[in-house]
Design a protein around this ligand. Structure first.
Ligand code: C2O
Ligand code: CU
Length: 562
């Protein structure tokens, strides 16, 4: 009964929503050094209630980070929360130790300082916490921000790119609340819809070509986006950046974690009102957000009480206003060059099966679920791969609900879904793919960015409740194929001083016969034979950065050259 009451209250709230509140546009930070303070605060989602929330440099959400390709980026993430957190750069290619997964814990009162070169192509990415078992709570409480990467290819195109003027961040989320208006997780009560944290938003959009960078930052919910009157839009980018050509669409499905960039031509439409909508009635059964979340007998209790499921509603009102001084009025047909890897270059193929954790739970669509019959375990490396390995991953969904599968470190191209090439909206560089119940999805990828035999990257379901429940695995990218397994982290090597700028002393419990130094790209820079438990290595000529010392091809330690 109490549950029903909440639904009725929020349903009434939503029914009267006609775009009352100006869309909040998160501040944009630019440059090469970024200071992010993760903090707690309160946000008023319901008149008269202050809900405890988390945010970065504020009480809710996070600033938009604008990076230029080629820059060396320094980020200071200070944790002012009373609990541990982490910060993951979703979609960015960064060294594993700076990826912000469950291993890179930021204790309360401390600052974590990832440093990486921006090697991504222009596109829309995002950042959010990724702590062990904590992702859903910390993201739902408000920590999520957009990342925009710029590069010369994108800059050469005639596209809208003035942030907040003709280029807008659109972070779509739903949240669930308990009786006290506190944010709740792992429930089917995510009845409050918001864009950039704004409930019932409107946006004044100029009468010209505008760009919407749409991120599904919801914990569970997928959407079928479109515009009122079936206004066509152009899809120009998805997860990993620009597509080769722009495509005209009237609907696009977006699952949690996925991003798209769309252009909307509002030329000559000043004075009109257009609604950005979710056509939830068009989502097929099996997707969280459709009329039926499971397939067959699989159900989620109380799912039908959530008025957002399987229905069509406005997400945001667009008031078309006068154009800006030098508007973009046309849309380029050709965008970027895509170079998918060829299937004939594949070194390794792997299969990942999604199953319910409990064998007889096929009727229960809330999980827990696992991958290859294994729950996430920090102490277990599930996949070992090698730098520059090209692989095909086959994802098989044996469960009754759709899962958005996400991989860190790399992007991929979808080869086929049940043997058929992907629809146009799933072409290009992806890092999340929604795998429908019963489906088999194959993608091709290459682990060409970074090697680190000590630090894993994650792959997981981006339904945050599934991820937290263990539907996640980890992989390491080894620097060369002669290494068959990840080395022990408790290697008996001592390095000092570390960091160092000229000489490094290395001692070992066993005799050092071979010592080599490699960089984050897996390149061996130096190999030397010795026969001593203690050696001194001259590193004066190495550029500043992170390196690995490997002893006798088994034990590894990391060091930093200053
Ligand atoms: Cu957006 Cu591993 O996450
Ligand atoms: Cu899942």
């Amino acid at each position: 009964m109490k549950r029903l009451l909440i639904c009725l209250i929020t349903a009434v709230h939503a029914c009267h929503a006609y775009g009352q509140t100006p869309l909040f546009i998160p501040a944009a930070l630019t440059g090469t050094t970024f200071n992010l303070n993760v903090q707690s605060g309160t946000t008023s989602f319901f008149p008269g209630y202050n809900t405890p929330t988390y945010g970065v440099n504020g009480s809710l959400l996070a600033p938009t980070l604008i990076f230029n390709q080629g820059d060396s980026i320094h980020i200071n993430v200070t944790n002012s929360l009373p609990v541990t957190t982490t910060m993951h750069w979703h979609g960015l290619h960064v060294p594993a130790m700076y990826d912000g997964g469950p291993e890179q814990v930021i204790s309360p009162g401390t600052t974590w300082q990832p440093v990486f070169k921006m090697i991504n192509d222009a596109g829309t990415y995002w950042y959010h916490p990724h702590g062990l078992g904590k992702t859903d709570l910390q993201v739902s409480k408000g920590i999520a921000g957009m990342i925009i990467v710029k590069d010369p290819v994108e800059a050469a195109l005639n596209l809208p790119r003035t942030y907040g003027v003709d280029d807008f961040p659109v972070i779509v989320q739903t949240k669930a609340f308990d009786m006290l208006r506190q944010i709740a997780i792992a429930t089917e009560d995510d009845t409050l819809l918001m864009v950039n944290g704004t409930v019932d938003p409107y946006l004044d959009a100029p009468a010209q070509v505008v760009r919407l960078r749409i991120l599904n930052g919801s914990s569970m919910r997928s959407y079928m986006f479109g515009f009122s009157g079936n206004l066509p839009f152009k899809l120009i980018a998805n997860d990993g950046g620009l597509l080769d050509t722009s495509t005209t669409l009237t609907r696009i499905r977006l699952s949690p974690g996925e991003r798209i960039e769309v252009l909307l031509d509002l030329t000559g439409k000043a004075g009109q009102t257009i609604y950005f909508k979710n056509y939830g009635s068009e989502l097929p059964a099996g997707i969280y957000g459709a009329a039926v979340a499971g397939t067959g007998a699989a159900t989620i209790p109380f799912y039908n009480l959530n008025h957002l499921n399987g229905s069509d509603y406005n997400v945001m009102k667009l008031n078309v206003v006068a154009p800006t001084a030098s508007p973009v009025t046309s849309i380029p047909a050709t965008l970027a060059t895509l170079s998918p890897w060829s299937v004939s270059s594949v070194d390794t193929t792997r299969t990942f099966k999604f199953d319910p954790k409990i064998a007889d739970s096929t009727t229960f669509a809330m999980g827990p679920f696992n991958i290859n019959d294994t729950q996430f375990d920090m102490g277990l490396i599930n996949v070992v791969t090698y730098i520059n390995n090209t692989e095909i991953w086959t994802l098989i969904n044996n469960t009754m609900i759709a899962h958005p599968f996400h991989i860190h470190d790399v992007f991929f191209y979808i080869l086929d879904i049940n043997g058929v090439p992907p629809p146009v909206f799933e072409r290009g560089k992806k890092d999340v793919v929604l795998v429908m119940p019963g489906d088999t999805v194959r993608f091709i990828t290459k682990f060409e960015d970074y090697a680190d035999e000590l630090t894993p990257y994650m792959y997981h379901c981006h339904l945050l409740h599934h991820e937290d429940d263990g539907m996640m695995g980890q992989f390491v990218v080894m620097p060369d194929k002669t290494m068959v397994k990840p080395v022990s982290k408790e290697a008996d090597i001592l390095l000092y001083p570390n960091p160092s700028n000229d000489k490094l002393t290395v001692t070992s419990n066993s005799t050092i016969n071979t010592l080599s130094i490699s960089n984050l790209f897996g390149q061996t820079l130096f190999t030397q034979q010795y026969h001593s438990p203690k050696v001194e290595v001259d590193i004066a000529d190495l550029p500043a950065g992170v390196y690995f010392i490997r002893i006798n091809n088994t034990d590894v330690q990391k060091f930093v050259k200053q």
